[in-house]
Write a protein that binds this ligand. Sequence first.
Ligand SMILES: Cc1cc2nc3c(=O)[nH]c(=O)nc-3n(C[C@H](O)[C@H](O)[C@H](O)COP(=O)(O)OP(=O)(O)OC[C@H]3O[C@@H](n4cnc5c(N)ncnc54)[C@H](O)[C@@H]3O)c2cc1C
Length: 716
Amino acid sequence: MSKKIGGRLSLVAFLCLLFVAYRWFDLGQYLSLESLKVHQASLHSFYLEHPGIVAVIFAIVYVLSTALSLPGATILTLAGGAIFGLGLGVALVSFSSTLGATLAFLASRFFLRDLIQDKFKDKITKVNQGIKKEGAFYLLTLRLVPIFPFFLINLVMGLTSIRTMTYFFVSQIGMLPGTIVYVNAGTQLAKIDSLNGILSPELLFSFSLIGILPLLSKWALEFYRSGKYIRKYKRPKSFDFNMVVIGGGSGGLVSAYIAAAIKAKVALIEKHKMGGDCLNTGCVPSKALIRSAKIFSYFERAIEFGFENPSVKMDFSKVMDRVQKIIKEIEPHDSIERYSKMGVECFQGTAKILSPYEVEVNGKILRTKNIVVATGASPLVPPLPGLSEVPYLTSDTLWNLRTLPRRLVVLGGGPIGCELAQSFARFGSQVSLVEMAPRILNREDEEVSSFVTEKFRNEGVSVLVGHKALSFETTGKNERVLVCESLGRELRIPFDEVLIALGRKANVKGFGLEELGVEISSGGTVVADQHLRVTNYPNIYVVGDVTGPYQFTHTASHQAWYVAVNALFSPFKKYKVDYRVIPWCTFTDPEVARVGLNEMEAKEKGIAYEVTRYGIEDLDRAIAEGEAHGFVKLLTSPGSDRILGATILGSHAGEIIAEYVAAMKHGLGLNKILGTIHIYPTFAEANKYAAGVWKRANAPQKALEFLSKYHKWRRS
Ligand SMILES: Cc1cc2nc3c(=O)[nH]c(=O)nc-3n(C[C@H](O)[C@H](O)[C@H](O)COP(=O)(O)OP(=O)(O)OC[C@H]3O[C@@H](n4cnc5c(N)ncnc54)[C@H](O)[C@@H]3O)c2cc1C
């Protein structure tokens, strides 16, 4: 037994002993109104003879009874008034009750907090964040309104992360008005017939008012603060729009669509191409390119599938033409025509925010109740020496290429870098994937990175992890070179094209946010509250890459619902954005899809978990398709089928993860997945098999032993 557990057990034993003694000697009988009235005179005269001793004993008894959460605090408080009078009575009761409350609070913290925090770590983290921000206000309210049970407040607050000193002082202040009322009643004990009469409904009501006062003042303060900036601007008498959306990418389009669907008057301003990044330079072209590269990789493997002398010529310019054709095909989904038909007033031009109520586009001023900033992000290009002298590609410009680079350097081993590096290698470029971190895809678990790295190396990608790009040079022979450093050694990589894929920086400049003084995070994104509103204007909202924290099309669309609803219905109704179940996929081959926690994050956050792994090499459909590789890796709460996260590495991972996304979103565990019929033979069966692996590892051994005996008996 550890020292810590031993100490706790001894303390529990001691507390139990005190409690038993209290019951055994029936000390409760002395803590009644009748008993107090009977003994009042003798207690008072004893106090006059030995004032110091009586005061100390009273304080000790008070502290112990409150610390042990014994009933009778009200009687003791009345006794305080009856014996010591108002002044000393209030002082003694106030300090003793606060000390007792703090001891009960510490006991709850000591015995239960670790247990509760471990068990409900993810939920408690949120509570603790709230407590950190507003805990003192809530505690003060609870203390001021005497209808909340004293011992319960001690117990519950002990489980949170509120600081002990804060707890002590706020409790002291919060309990003071109630203490004064009861001690004062004690000074006129003879007039009291029942405890119920002490707090009249009127007094209770007054206390409740006092109780909500701190919260009301806090809300008023917040209201004042949020209005502080906006008050500087003249509010128009009427508005042209309920909402003006700046940016016609995923976030802006969906916000405008939802607003129009619920009959708001909404304007959408786009300065470049409708559809934004995703349609024009992001998801759509990259997935179209990946498809061509994949088809080409199948030709490379043609013999494996039973073809002889396969010979296919790749025409890169035609591949890129197809990419543009795909964009054109999808374009109508995001077009001005479509959105206009929905009732969105679309403007082609650069928006400029003039005030929280006015947005200018093409010289026209739109007066609006709310502004939604959906300006997205742009490729991050670091100021590396020499970079501006070599023509470089980014995800914005790559799509103009028509000649396949013979040697391509991809700088950055994140999802975009990896997807494009593999595609170009498959087309035949000599690709060097340069990553400063020790591994590519470093948000995923180590084994995922190693698997993808090995696959890339087998396909001819030179994966250079732990390589820091230092500078770019153009040699005398007009050859472009990337100079990087690894383990103290310098490496020079000649190339024909370089693709910078080092992340994306939010578009926050040049359209009025700076002038308004909107808060920008250290990472360069617009800071938003839980309702996706900027921190200093109550009517400016942000959505998508410009605010993050995720930079995906589906998260931008997810946020868009909150933005539209909050903008249009606040202050009557507003919703906190829900980031609990966010999936994503890196579309390399094999794909890497994830939802919830992976092992690395669970460890970082100190969340207890169990791992279940199912190898896709066993999956019939994967074998039939020649894609029998990868795995499903599940994290569950220990001893339960609750899914904390899923990572799938394999063919179609981005599709089959959807089942875990739905399960997590709706609180379904692995038993439910196991009990669901999956079509044979599909990749989705991997989910069921993974659940089966979990089930076998968690089978009740005792029940199985019993069953074994039962079957033996049936055979006899
Ligand atoms: C290569 C690549 C591949 C990707 N693949 C995927 C993927 O597979 N899945 C996925 O979920 N995500 C993917 N993404 C990310 C995805 O594209 C973005 O997360 C998404 O487009 C963000 O949408 P948004 O509305 O925030 O911004 P954007 O789509 O960037 O839209 C912002 C729009 O605002 C406009 N704008 C900016 N300033 C102004 C102004 N002052 N006035 C008027 N208009 C303005 C811009 O022109 C732009 O059209 C990929 C990104 C890249 C680069």
